[in-house]
Ligand binder design. Sequence first.
Ligand SMILES: Cc1cc2nc3c(=O)[nH]c(=O)nc-3n(C[C@H](O)[C@H](O)[C@H](O)COP(=O)(O)OP(=O)(O)OC[C@H]3O[C@@H](n4cnc5c(N)ncnc54)[C@H](O)[C@@H]3O)c2cc1C
Length: 362
Amino acid sequence: MVVGGGPAGAAAAAARAEGLDVELLCAPRGFRPALGESLPPGTDRLLHDIFGASMLNHQQHRASFGNRSAWGTADVEATQFVDNPFGHGWHVDRPALDESLLDRLRTLGVRVRSGARVAGQEWTDDQWRICLNDHPGTAIRARAIVDATGRGARIARSQGARRRRLDRLVAAYWMLIIADAGDDDCTTLVEAVPDGWWYTTPVPGHRRVVAFLTDSDLMPPRVARTGPDWHERLAHAPHIRDRLASSGSRLYSSPVILDAAVAHLDHPAGCGWVAAGDAAVSFDPLSSQGILTALMMGHGAGHAVAAVLTRADQQPLIRWGAEYARLLEAHLRLQAAYYALVRRWPTAPFWARRQNGNCRRM
Ligand SMILES: Cc1cc2nc3c(=O)[nH]c(=O)nc-3n(C[C@H](O)[C@H](O)[C@H](O)COP(=O)(O)OP(=O)(O)OC[C@H]3O[C@@H](n4cnc5c(N)ncnc54)[C@H](O)[C@@H]3O)c2cc1C
């Protein structure tokens, strides 16, 4: 059983083994946005390897040709994907991508139950009894669960796993309609400011994501989070402000505030369950690696569970756990190195906390 219909859950379900009956349960799409619109070069190849088909097309998604950032200095530097051996990246319509992965699973023989939120589960007699919120009287049985419920880590936490936060990063997030239908920008723009950083990315369907990342204690209070307040704050991020202006978009509404901290479970697997994707380890959005890692590690989790169920072989699960620990360590080193590049505001709390690889001491 896989719980969660994001990239990690879909990739886990795609690893189904011969003779195993796999079902995926996915909660209805709520009011919170499905996050992640930038995919780095190479993600299309990984998707093809996992799902056995091309999952990204130019009708639904847009090619991305690089990133631009005003980071260590106020000037914008560009990184082009033109030299990347994996080719270009993508700016995706995330709900459409998730839907197409679930459709693909159906053709692969996975039973996908959309609109099914797990409301409770119990592990007894070597199997799970799972209750759904819209069918309170019915219980589904399963021999194992892949918890791919995202940062909530719904199943793992119900089994006593604890989520360890390594920083306090939060995001103020907007999905804007853009007036300039001809906006042909195909890059993500990142800009550091004294109390954090901003990014903006074009999204298919004449939309644009804008987000401001800071620590939870530095986020303006709710009363100061109106459209005009944010518009004023953009004075600190002139490149983002100009990009929005030239695409005809404006911060006219209050943002959604989202958890964006680096966090991990104290143990990513237990009796009858394995966590994958953000449920197991969630990364700093600066890396744009969340979806790629969720796909890779979700698929690994699916194979590891299949090995346990079909051959009583624990080795793939042990290797998978070690790989997750290694990825987190590598991510933390990279994160510390990137933040250490910004030395423009040494006394500003956001950056002072991140100097000398100190991202974690908060
Ligand atoms: C501000 C921000 C920007 C980001 N931008 C990027 C980016 O540009 N590129 C990138 O690669 N990554 C980005 N990320 C990270 C990315 O969003 C995640 O790493 C990725 O979505 C993880 O996939 P997942 O499948 O583990 O979890 P999710 O995508 O969160 O999916 C979890 C799924 O579980 C379902 N679910 C939850 N509870 C239940 C339940 N009880 N029963 C049934 N189903 C349930 C949800 O409905 C959802 O479908 C960003 C993150 C943040 C915070």
